[in-house]
Ligand binder design. Sequence first.
Ligand SMILES: *Cc1c(COP(=O)(O)O)cnc(C)c1O
Length: 342
Amino acid sequence: MTNKEINLISDTITRPTPEMLNFMMKAKVGDDVFNSDPTVLELQTKIAKLFGMEAALFFPSGTMANQTAIKLHTQPAEQLICDKWSHVYNYESGGASFHSGVSCKLIDGHRGMFKAEQLSEVIHDPKQYYLPLSSLVVVENTTNKGGGACWDYHELEKIQQVCRANGLSYHLDGARLFNALVAKNEKPEQYGKLFDSISICLSKGLGAPIGSLLLSSEKNIYNAIRVRKLFGGGMRQVGYLAAAGIYALDHHVERLQEDHDRAKLLGKALLASDWVEKVEPIETNIIIFKLHKNRDEQSFMKVMEKEHIKLISMGEGKLRIVTHLDFTDQMLSKVIEVIEKI
Ligand SMILES: *Cc1c(COP(=O)(O)O)cnc(C)c1O
């Protein structure tokens, strides 16, 4: 990234801060394939304790953590149930079918979220042996394609009850769970007690360069170590990266509120522009907006590009901006100025 560039395509583009890098360099490391990297073990214990869950496992990516969860909770030919916009269905290269041999039943939700009643309607009766057996429900909080929307916690509880009543496992894709916790002032333990497994990305809003975690029961994590190795995700002196995660959990959680505040100010500026028809409600750090029909997406992107501001198109006439750790107030003023002048 050049000095001038303001990159708002994603919260994954952040670079470690000097303090984080310094902390990483000092990490004690060992061979994590032999389960003997002290910093990895510390991070895993720390996050499990935070959520009140039995155990956790460090992964190179959120995709691998999610795909491992799917593998743990399903058998080939079964079906997982998720929203039509979910990451596990849309953005993991078809991994659910490739790694676990399962199909996805898609719920037509709102902004990536659905109701417990909608779930009840699509669960297959196990007696109907000719239908794929429903075995897993996956929800996402915040929702990525849904524009960083946060679930209503009560609805997540109702969905858990439906899962329990039907013998389904319940996985949370919490790539941006900390954004939801900060935005809604919720506690990690509330989530730990609701789900059979949770994945969390350290490399999004939390600002670590690499890394995700899977949280679950002792038994599931024991099995997850084998699956992770099978997927090629066993890593050696990876404590340097786990250290970034520890640093992020200690220093980069509360500050997510700043990203959310900046996102809201950007949303306001966009809404005031006569180029913009609609801005989706902004709850966290993702802004999805639509231009008026007579305004061309490409010309909007070009004007932004000329000012060294990067954003991305989501298709269907939608554009996306994501705020993050490397997006400062100074940059915010510049972007608002550009939006006002366009
Ligand atoms: C980013 C993301 C993931 C994981 O992505 P990786 O790039 O593999 O770390 C999973 N789910 C959601 C909702 C995400 O936004």
